[in-house]
Design a protein around this ligand. Sequence first.
Ligand code: UDP
Length: 239
Amino acid sequence: MTETFLDVPVDVITTEAALEAASAAISGGAPLLVVAVNPEKVIKAEHDPDLRSFIAQAGLRIPDGVGLIIASRLRGGRLRERVTGIDLFLALCERAAAHGWRIYLLGARREVVEDAAKELQHRFPRITIAGLRDGYFAPDEAQSVADEVAAARTDLLFVALGSPLQENFLRRSGERTGARVLMGVGGSFDVLAGRVPRAPQAMRSVGLEWLYRLYREPWRIRRMAALPVFLLRTVRHRS
Ligand code: UDP
């Protein structure tokens, strides 16, 4: 089931259902492209046809952002549970460790992605990290980066280049990587590597992670200003 925000579809799902979809893709189903949708991306997609079609074609559009839940409640929609990109990323890693799926980490600065890999290895000792590489490469290197991912026999590829770089990489080179599950994870490697702390659990559980992020990274205010605009417009638009 999906709910549409300003013509951008978002799946009404739980983390468990997302994990099941990933399992199906790995055990022989079609490759699964996962995109985390938040209000900022919905607004961006309005003016970016590539991003819009990327989201529309993704196998799974997870509701990442409390703004989507608020908008849905205000207009009597069905979306009640947030599935954040980082939580799904970690849940997929946990499952990967349990099933022997091979993961590849692509993105962030070299020492950040290395520390993120160490942290994953620490949290999930049985995890197989098939490979990693930093996210600072020229656009014309994308094909060879995709070939490296393929050579590592990757099952799950996590791309942390930020938007819209990660979407562009996945759109143009995703298939070439041969990965079964492909997901853009934004700044998650920085969080995992301890470079950007996550909000305290108490704030997260009441949906105030954004407020903590704003306190840590005040320059995000311009990006976050999209939220009230998003709420007003989605409630008026009703789809
Ligand atoms: N990044 C990268 N290559 C680039 C630009 C950015 O690997 O050319 C990484 C950057 O180091 C950071 C992530 O992409 O780890 C962007 O995180 P951000 O929180 O800005 O992502 P967003 O909020 O767009 O999801």
